[in-house]
Design a protein around this ligand. Structure first.
Ligand SMILES: [Zn+2]
Length: 122
């Protein structure tokens, strides 16, 4: 499935959840229908810290329309860390990182190798 974009509502949901979770990191999976990311999938126990969340995510089989992940950085830096890149390579092809202060433009999307990719807001 080619990912064309993300729905505005879903992006807002992720931004709001990231704000609410600050200064902790927020993490979720992204699901898509007809090439558009239109929902998130929360996993129990993934909100405490990114490190443990990453491990849990890696045990998940892909399916259920999961196309990638989204997580927040409580700092003004939305570049992927080494752990992020490891997670990206295993979890689909579309990964959003939202950074503090979680505004409309405080996010970036990366492919599974950590290269920035375009993601249209629809
Ligand atoms: Zn990260």
């Amino acid at each position: 499935m080619k990912i064309k974009g993300i729905s505005k509502e879903t992006l807002e949901l992720i931004l709001n959840a990231s704000r609410a979770q600050h200064p902790k990191e927020f993490l979720c999976l992204l699901t898509a229908e007809r090439g558009i990311i239109d929902d998130i999938l929360l996993l129990p126990g993934t909100l405490s810290s990114q490190r443990s969340a990453t491990l849990r995510l890696e045990m998940l089989p892909l399916g259920m329309g999961v196309v990638g992940s989204a997580h927040s950085h409580p700092s003004p830096n939305n570049r992927p860390s080494k752990e992020d890149l490891r997670m990206f390579s295993r979890l689909g092809r579309c990964h959003i990182i939202i950074c503090y202060p979680y505004g409309e433009t405080d996010w970036a999307c990366y492919d599974r190798s950590g290269k920035p990719r375009r993601l249209e807001v629809l």
